[in-house]
Design a protein around this ligand. Sequence first.
Ligand SMILES: CCCCC/C=C\C/C=C\C/C=C\C/C=C\CCCC(=O)SCCNC(=O)CCNC(=O)[C@H](O)C(C)(C)COP(=O)(O)OP(=O)(O)OC[C@H]1O[C@@H](n2cnc3c(N)ncnc32)[C@H](O)[C@@H]1OP(=O)(O)O
Length: 203
Amino acid sequence: MTIDLPSGTRPAGVDAAVEAARRVIDALVRSGDMTDADMASVTGRLNAVADDLEATAPPLRDRLVDMWRGDGMTRHDPVTGSENPIAPPVAYGAVDSSTIEGTVTLGLPYQGPPSSVHGGVSALLLDHTLGVANGWAGESGVTAELTLRYHHLTPLFEPLTVTARQTSVDGRKIRTTGEIAAGGRTCVSAEGLFIAKHPPRPR
Ligand SMILES: CCCCC/C=C\C/C=C\C/C=C\C/C=C\CCCC(=O)SCCNC(=O)CCNC(=O)[C@H](O)C(C)(C)COP(=O)(O)OP(=O)(O)OC[C@H]1O[C@@H](n2cnc3c(N)ncnc32)[C@H](O)[C@@H]1OP(=O)(O)O
């Protein structure tokens, strides 16, 4: 049984817009040139949305400060971030005091080999999940080394389980392992060395 971690997801406002942007990204990759959609019109409408957002966005510095307000899970990161359209997103639960687990189903934007997840995307998911497991376990840091083994192709369009656990803390050296599994089979396993270092938050 897993315990849900607070995700900070807000169903309205930017989170809803980000959900819509994810739909757009998926639909564009799905369409390619095999569509009757008027791509000149689509381009114009998407640029109009970007023009609106850019015209009203806060100064970058203010937004950076805002992003790092609060503790724990971030809302902007590229794996779980409810404010980030490139995040799939993964949702985590705690398994025990040093282990977390997330589930996600990835679609065409994340494709590497045919119908399979890109290896770099798997690396992103594992780096982040190992990092969050460290935060959950109480000793966190930056990634110094990340060793991956790709055992089997990781399928698109199927639920994936991403798991990570902190295995040891030795001074500033934090060791963490993890895996991505599909249907109970490990597709990718990871070993990470993290070094306790905490870059200052923008303020
Ligand atoms: C309320 C409920 C909330 C629930 C959730 C809970 C928590 C969630 C919390 C947070 C979640 C949010 C986000 C976290 C998720 C993901 C994190 C993403 C991770 C990243 O995306 S992070 C970016 C990529 N990462 C870098 O950008 C690092 C760049 N790099 C450096 O910043 C330095 O390079 C550094 C710091 C690595 C070392 O520099 P340094 O000067 O501080 O330390 P130094 O060199 O002295 O090394 C000290 C000892 O580590 C050994 N050592 C060092 N490096 C090694 C290596 N590669 N291999 C083997 N050993 C190594 C030395 O050999 C020495 O060992 P010894 O002491 O034995 O001699």
